[in-house]
Design a protein around this ligand. Structure first.
Ligand SMILES: Nc1ncnc2c1ncn2[C@@H]1O[C@H](COP(=O)(O)OP(=O)(O)OP(=O)(O)O)[C@@H](O)[C@H]1O
Ligand SMILES: [Mg+2]
Length: 333
């Protein structure tokens, strides 16, 4: 079974070919970051127009790297939500056209299910039941995955997503968009104990996060002391990063260790963060939990994760009609 996975929910145009839901033959990602950076965030109209231009070249590149033609594809999976409406529609319309032309099944995939199932592409992969923390540009949510297709939301952020906090703090510090990578890099040379930024722990027993207070604390620091430079900037980045990694891992582990299920997946763009990866590994080990952490490439948006989620959906009999529409606010659970 060869699955074509298409992802256009935000600012990455991505296409992958995955065999039997685990062997990645090609995984091509074309990022639009340079187009959006000058605006300090993703401009929906520009995102859609660039998907229109990029999608078929990216697809041709994926087919060429996999050394197959479209005729070899057995099923077509596409992100149909959540995300930017116009951006999603480009991928959905292309997928529908190919499904119709080639007479192949079409599967609309939830982008967050894609992030969670990226872990299925690891050499040692999780089998349900497991927990999954999606930490990305738009989400910070812990799910319980009873089986493929059965997701229960245990907790989420009350305000900003972790990635959103990274991007907003980067802007306050005068760093480029998106802020995750520059802050992560600067933090390598900073002291995480230089500043004790707040870890909001709303209702200690609940699995909810909050990052707006942390973002405001960095803003107040800059307003009080001026924009940090050099070592001072590295220290602010490291201290901010420590606060994010601390609150994410602490709440995740508190929730998971109460259960008899001892497996947890961490995924989404922020799961590419070096300190978060390190702290999650340490704390999961200390608490007897098995952590599945996809590679950095599989944490950020890609088509392979959409192909895997589509493959698993098809195996349990789920397909989408050719009237499939984009659903910008599709909730996974
Ligand atoms: N090394 C890193 N450290 C911290 N954050 C990072 C890192 N790399 C990327 N990010 C953040 O990850 C986010 C992008 O992740 P992703 O592509 O999954 O988000 P998205 O697809 O836009 O949102 P969602 O998946 O919620 O729809 C951005 O906010 C970016 O700053
Ligand atoms: Mg994403």
């Amino acid at each position: 079974m060869l699955t074509l996975g298409i992802e256009t929910s935000c600012d990455e145009t991505a296409v992958a070919l995955v065999r039997e839901g685990r062997e990645v033959l090609a995984d091509v990602v074309s990022t639009q970051i340079d187009i959006h950076r000058r605006w300090g965030g993703v401009v929906p109209e520009l995102a859609s127009r660039n998907h229109v231009m990029q999608l078929f070249p990216v697809m041709q590149e994926a087919l060429s790297r996999a050394q197959v033609t479209l005729d070899a594809v057995d099923e077509i999976a596409v992100t149909s939500g959540p995300g930017l409406q116009g951006a999603l529609l480009v991928g959905v319309q292309a997928a529908k056209s190919m499904a119709l032309a080639k007479g192949r099944p079409l599967i609309g995939v939830n982008h967050l299910e894609g992030h969670l199932l990226a872990a299925r592409l690891m050499a040692e992969r999780p089998e349900p039941p497991f927990f999954g923390l999606v930490v990305s540009g738009g989400h910070t949510t812990l799910y319980e995955v009873a089986a493929f297709g059965q997701y229960r939301r245990l907790g989420t952020t009350r305000d900003d997503a972790a990635g959103e906090a990274y991007d907003k703090v980067a802007r306050v510090l005068g760093l480029p968009y998106p802020g995750g990578v520059p802050i992560d890099q600067l933090a390598q040379n900073g002291d995480p104990k230089a500043h004790r930024f707040p870890r909001a722990m709303p209702a200690p027993d609940e699995v909810d996060w909050s990052f707006s207070g942390l973002k405001t604390a960095v803003l107040h620091h800059v307003q009080k002391h001026g924009a940090p430079q050099g070592q001072a900037l590295a220290d602010v980045c490291a201290s901010f990063q420590e606060a994010v990694a601390d609150s994410l891992t602490q709440k995740m582990i508190n929730a998971v260790k109460r259960s008899s299920t001892k497996q947890v997946v961490m995924c989404g763009g922020v799961a590419a963060n070096s300190r978060l990866r390190q702290l999650a590994q340490e704390r999961c080990a200390e608490n007897g939990l098995r952590l599945f952490l996809p590679s950095v490439k599989l944490c950020t948006d890609n088509g392979a994760m959409i192909a895997v989620a589509g493959y698993e959906a098809f195996r349990r009999g789920v397909t989408s009609p050719l009237s499939l529409d984009a659903d910008p606010s599709w909730r996974l659970a």
